[in-house]
Ligand binder design. Structure first.
Ligand code: FE2
Ligand code: FE2
Length: 289
């Protein structure tokens, strides 16, 4: 890792899934390296509002700033959660909770990271997916979904992620994409960005999915050029539970998930390591814009 002295680092993690006791222990062990470190949390903190609050409250007590984007799990209305809000109302409730905790959300002005590797506009996004990442030969969302049911690879979102008051999650996604593109176009054009979205912005990174048909719940073609269009120094995402670094059009994409215990137990790298986004780690060339 690049030495940052006391200037701090912009760090990232996602898919904490703190409903699992083992994952809760990982979160309890997350600590900044310096008092100036920021933490980007790219969604799937937990399934219940209480779990999300527990984790974000703990992290805001430790990091200089915490920035959050929701994952599909935060947007679920799971049985057993006393908070029964659905869709947009549930998201709004989580945003209010974050504001009480001092956590930056996609609904707030985008903060500027002024530390090493900056200045950079940090943009947490909430974009969902629209079933445009369909397998070859399936020309409509309906056909792709039918094939998913036929093969038994169906995202639980179909049952628990309600789009209310939108007609569909795809319609909610379209509204989010339009509004977010407008906001990003209004940012300070002199600064590069760090774009954080739970779902990846480019389809390429889903090619390594064990079940490629699952990609229909992973993103949208509408963001395919956003890392270029909005001058990203890095794009941060999770959701796939395949932590790695890839490059697309010269932009570094960081999948920063912890994932489920059954997943991280099989990895050689211990879980819960914070990914350094900025300054670029040693040996990683900065993206030039
Ligand atoms: Fe996840
Ligand atoms: Fe997810």
């Amino acid at each position: 890792m690049a030495e940052t002295d006391d200037g701090g680092s912009l760090l990232a993690i996602s898919d904490l899934h703190v409903g699992y006791p083992e994952n809760r222990s990982i979160v309890e062990g997350l600590r900044p390296r310096t008092p100036k470190d920021w933490l980007l949390v790219a969604g799937d903190v937990g399934d219940t509002v209480a779990d999300v609050e527990w984790a974000l409250r703990l992290l805001t007590g430790r990091f200089a700033r915490v920035v959050w984007s929701p994952g599909n799990h935060e947007l679920w209305t799971p049985p057993g959660d006393p908070v029964t809000l659905r869709g947009v109302a549930r998201y709004a409730h989580l945003v209010e909770l974050c504001r009480e905790l001092g956590v930056v959300t996609p609904e707030d002005p985008y903060p500027v990271w002024e530390g090493p590797g900056g200045p950079v506009t940090v943009a947490p996004l909430m974009l969902l997916y629209d079933h445009s990442w369909r397998p070859d030969g399936f020309d409509t969302p309906e056909a792709a979904l039918a094939e998913a049911y036929r093969t038994g690879i169906v995202c639980t979102d179909e049952v628990l992620l309600h789009p209310d008051p939108y007609e569909s999650r795809s319609a909610w996604c379209a509204a989010r994409v339009a509004e977010t593109a407008r906001r990003l176009a209004e940012r300070d054009p002199a600064l590069p960005t760090v774009l954080m979205n739970h779902w990846p912005l480019v389809r390429d990174v889903t090619r390594v999915l064990r079940y490629p048909i699952f990609a229909q719940w992973c993103g949208t073609d509408a963001t395919a050029d956003w890392h270029v269009r909005f001058a990203a120094a890095a794009a941060v995402y999770g959701h796939l539970h395949i932590p790695r670094t890839t490059w697309h059009d010269g932009v570094r994409f960081e999948e920063v998930s912890v994932g489920y215990p059954r997943e991280w137990r099989t990895r050689r790298v211990p879980p819960g390591r914070l990914r350094q986004i900025l300054p670029p780690p040693d040996g990683v060339p900065p993206t030039a814009w």
